[in-house]
Design a protein around this ligand. Structure first.
Ligand code: NAD
Ligand code: UGA
Length: 469
């Protein structure tokens, strides 16, 4: 029986390994992590992450060929294939701070593999890493190898949160990069055989190591660039009377451009787009390509502009001050169908409004009060570095409350901001909400989910991204 071990039981390691276990009954999969509470949650009825369809798969496989454990060294020693799916946040200090990927977790995983291995291993980069990371990992493993042979593969993950299971079941492509040596090619074939249990062969792409590593950064940069492009257009729409939904539709009808990923928003969030573009920018700078670095930097600058533009719009519409006014925040997760708040635009928008002394009442379907308070008390880039955690200042803590539903959040509010596109927000009883609010009642739709015409008939003053007032 082939044994797989995945180091890192997070948003990628958990769902990816659950799907491998489901699709490959002949493979034993162990997912290991240094976080005791995370592993305990994977072994409980309340999984540590919310992802549609995940619970059923874990229930079906757990204890059969899928195991979650903190016995990291034991499972690594026993495995034939080791996926490394640890976090790779942005560095907060030292060389490359604010841009470069922090590979501390990766390096410690690699050193541990070298320490405990007693048989040959295929080590798979699942985390998103800078180009040439495999070379560094190879060095660590080879110099500590005790005669054991390692093959490093790059197998970046392209799943999106909220649709992770769907994406893993039917990936657009699986990408495997490896060394162009006979041993490297053998390792590629071994990993390919795992995916071939459910992924059609023409969707499994094999490349050299550096192409695979760079393709992941490139794919995220292209995706984020599309959003910044449409968001930049949304500002121009507001200035000219064009409607961004109509523009996106017309542009997306060109088959060379395509209709997906063209929704204007308050800005993109998530743990990866910003981090991976910063990483790309840093790599370009290190390789003497400042023009290329500047090009990609703009994607992030437009995203920051979109978030601050939204805050400015709220404040300026509400007579240039939100001081002492209650603002309901509907949605805090970075997108619907997830409880993940990493780099969610809601953090910047809430902090912007708090900076203008607003009182916030926040409601999200999946995000806990504890998480919201933690997010609003952290410095940028610190979310993946728990060491820097600061408690929320008492003043800020008083200005934020967390509501159990949208109606409670909006009761007595002067304005509403929709920051996540949860389906629930499309079908709320907005007449009931309007009746419970101060007048004029403002609604700022950061996701273009409500029917602005109907809401205006009720009496709301509605502002939608990229649409005429
Ligand atoms: P995560 O923070 O949810 O999970 C990482 C886990 O690794 C944590 O539970 C942490 O405790 C564990 N860990 C860290 N060091 C360890 C060690 N030495 N030994 C054992 N466990 C260790 O992160 P994630 O969202 O799953 O992302 C992981 C990687 O995948 C990142 O590089 C990310 O860029 C990439 N990625 C993420 C997504 C996504 O949707 N979240 C999609 C594609 C790729
Ligand atoms: C993204 C990529 O889509 C995945 O392919 C990749 O594997 C992953 O990053 C990663 O490397 O972590 P994810 O961040 O989970 O996945 O979610 P997306 O659906 O890409 O959304 C990212 C952000 O962009 C969200 O805040 C979303 O609301 C926003 N978005 C997305 C828009 O504002 N407009 C759109 O048209 C699409």
């Amino acid at each position: 029986m082939v044994k797989i071990c995945c180091i890192g039981a997070g948003y990628v390691g958990g769902p990816t390994m659950a799907v491998i276990a489901l699709k490959c009954p002949a493979i034993e999969v162990a997912v290991v992590d240094i976080s005791v509470p995370r592993i305990a949650a994977w072994n409980s009825d309340q999984l540590p992450i919310y992802e549609p369809g995940l619970d059923e798969i874990v229930k079906q496989c757990r204890g059969k060929n899928l195991f979650f454990s903190t016995a990291v060294e034991k499972h690594v020693a026993e495995a034939d294939i080791i996926f490394v799916s640890v976090n790779t946040p942005t560095k907060t200090r030292g060389l490359g701070a604010g841009k470069a990927a922090d590979l501390t977790y990766w390096e410690s995983a690699a050193r541990m593999i070298a320490d405990v291995s007693k048989s040959d291993k295929i080590v798979v980069e699942k985390s998103t890493v800078p180009v040439k990371t495999a070379e560094a990992i190879e060095k660590i493993l080879r110099h500590n190898s005790k005669g054991i042979k390692y093959q490093i593969l790059s197998n970046p993950e392209f799943l999106a949160e909220g649709t992770a299971i769907e994406d893993l079941f039917k990936p657009d492509r699986v990408l495997i990069g490896g060394r162009e040596t006979p041993d490297g090619q053998k390792a590629i074939q071994a990993l390919k055989a795992v995916y071939a249990n459910w992924v059609p062969e023409d969707r499994i792409i094999t490349t050299n190591l550096w192409s695979a590593e760079l393709s992941k950064l490139a794919a995220n940069a292209f995706l984020a660039q599309r959003i910044s492009s449409v968001n930049a257009m949304s500002a121009l729409c507001e200035a000219t009377g064009a409607n961004i939904s109509e523009v996106s539709h017309a542009v997306g009808k060109d088959t060379r451009i395509g209709p997906k990923f063209l929704n204007a928003s308050v800005g993109f969030g998530g743990s990866c787009f910003q981090k991976d573009i910063l990483n790309l920018v840093y790599i370009c700078e290190c390789n003497g390509l400042p023009e290329v670095a500047d090009y990609w930097k703009q994607v992030i600058q437009v995203n920051d502009y979109q978030k601050s533009r939204f805050v400015n719009r709220v404040v300026s519409s509400m007579f240039n001050t939100v001081s002492g006014k209650k603002i309901a925040i509907l949605g805090f997760a970075f997108k619907k169908d997830t409880g993940d708040t990493r780099e969610t635009p809601a953090i910047d928008v809430c902090n912007g409004l708090l900076g203008d002394k607003a009182h916030l009442s926040i409601y999200d379907l999946q995000v806990t009060e504890e998480q919201i308070r933690r997010d609003l008390s952290m410095k940028k880039f610190d979310w993946d570095h728990p060491i820097h955690l600061q408690p929320m200042s008492p003043a800020a803590a008083k200005e934020v409350s967390v509501a159990w539903d949208a109606y409670e959040a909006a009761k007595g509010a002067h304005g509403i901001c929709i920051l996540t596109e949860w389906d629930e927000f499309k079908t709320l009883d907005y007449k009931k909400i309007y009746d419970s609010m101060h007048k004029p009642a403002f609604l700022f739709d950061g996701r273009n989910v409500v029917d602005a015409v109907k809401l205006r008939e009720i009496g709301f003053i509605v502002y939608s991204i990229g649409k005429p007032l």
